[in-house]
Ligand binder design. Sequence first.
Ligand code: AMP
Length: 227
Amino acid sequence: MPLNRALILLGPPGAGKGTQAKRIAHNCSVPHLSTGDILREAIASGSALGQMVKPIMERGDLVPDDLVLHLVEERLSRPDSAGGVVLDGFPRTLPQAEQLDPILEKRGLGKPLVIDLFVNSDALLRRLTGRRMCSIGGEIYNIHDLPPKVQDICDIDGGKLIQRADDVAEVVKERLEAYEHQTKPLTEYYRSHGVLEVVDASKSIEEVNKSVSEILRKRAPGCDGHL
Ligand code: AMP
């Protein structure tokens, strides 16, 4: 059964949004919409959009709201989003959240369900600086907690593992600041709308997935996203 709504994963960089979003989207057969992935693909392709956002992302700042909203609206207008979607890394500012609401209404997806993945700052730094990504399929690893079977090689497609340009220590600091100032206030926005749930995301991937699934079972009967 489809999700029939938008699931928003909130939380700082390194909270595990991408890892959890991929699983839930796969298990519920709905698209995983990561604005960070879309922007990184634009940079890799050398498109005009990519050239514009590259310096912003390299600094660890947020790209302009209008631009991201346009990307999300386009993605949500495709037929495969009709059964719901998992949003990862979006919304990230209050204007993005406010403008997302009518877009979801228009698409018949109603109110989103929002899960805040909460992790303390020491664990975040370890996760972010240890994170490696497959250069082919985007699979996520961590040299400390989730290493590949063969060093620097993706278990799934043999792609070389790379470190994201914005996972180096100085940029991580900027990204965490952007999160504190611009994204954290969203938890209050969604709490006041009665759609916020919080999960302790310092636990293992399996345990976090289990907690997220329990919330989905309770609040969004349809698909619980659990394997
Ligand atoms: P992420 O992969 O979600 O950590 O995003 C990587 C970078 O992409 C961020 O540091 C921002 O520069 C940019 N980005 C991704 N999503 C958004 C968004 N919703 N609003 C503004 N900038 C974004």
